[in-house]
Design a protein around this ligand. Sequence first.
Ligand code: NAP
Length: 304
Amino acid sequence: MVSIKTVAVLGGSGNLGPAIVKELIAAGFTVTALTREGSTSTFPEIDGLTVKKVDYTSFDSLRDAFTGQDAVVSVVATAAIGVQNVAIDAAVAAGVKRFIPSEFGVNTRKTQGLPIGKILAGKVSVVDYLDEKAKQNEGFSWTGLSTGLFFDWGLKVGSIGVNVKDKTATIVDSGNEKFQTSNLAHIGRAVAGILKHPDETANKYLATASFNPSQNEIVGIVEELTGEKYNVTRLKSEDLWKAGEEKLARGDFRAFGDFLKVWNHADGIGHAVEGSESANELLGVPYEDLRETLKAYLTRVGAI
Ligand SMILES: NC(=O)c1ccc[n+]([C@@H]2O[C@H](COP(=O)([O-])OP(=O)(O)OC[C@H]3O[C@@H](n4cnc5c(N)ncnc54)[C@H](OP(=O)(O)O)[C@@H]3O)[C@@H](O)[C@H]2O)c1
């Protein structure tokens, strides 16, 4: 039976990282946040958090930082996905038991043969590499976690398709397709859940969600809570797909935004994470209340 107590987090200073660091500490793990030499990133003031500088390009620097750590959680930036291979080699050499790669979005195991899979190829190859290393090294294992869109963060940055400031919304197809989405703290608790259940989660790619709303449901609740009518722009998934293909043909990876909308919202796409697809029960993270999340956000931004 594997037991995990000490955890090193790579990239714990970004958009998602602080929520993971916070929830790991709340769950009782001893956490060390690793940050790049020369980084000016800051970390939340959390009792018990150790911060250490490492050279991400150096196997030795990473191996030394990982020595004594039971698990490594990588939350590195999308643009830095490739740096994880050296980190994986260093983790194996340091005797780390579990590596969680920087996935936290689309279930990249399901993207094979699709244009979105070409854009996510870096993430796919990291999980393939982990699988290979786990087969070669007894005691080393990995867990991948798909979370869908970041929900509370996405409300702020616009990826959920609702703009409270302008009272506008963008809806794909009928707007009735349910999609996988997670609040940042939920993701942090799900990562802690993986490390609390190391045997059941070893060498598995799991999926979680705070909830699986439709776009219409979100806009409906926002309109009801604010008492305002939203101006809705409608997009067709086939147009988004075409626009994505055109961009990709030019090597323009902003195609990701088009394909992601199709992935989540196209009528009949079926990417909600419910029932046996969901690891929520295994990880001890219950579904959350969509209305309460929206109410908290609208209150915070002064819309209600
Ligand atoms: N599902 C969604 O809606 C969604 C949205 C955004 C991101 N994501 C995914 O979530 C994961 C984390 O994304 P994020 O937005 O939290 O990341 P981020 O804020 O862009 O970056 C996270 C951290 O990575 C480190 N970093 C930045 N550039 C680096 C480089 N060139 N080499 C090594 N490290 C670097 C930095 O830490 P230091 O400065 O401390 O070294 C940074 O704070 C990624 O896999 C991303 O694809 C998902």
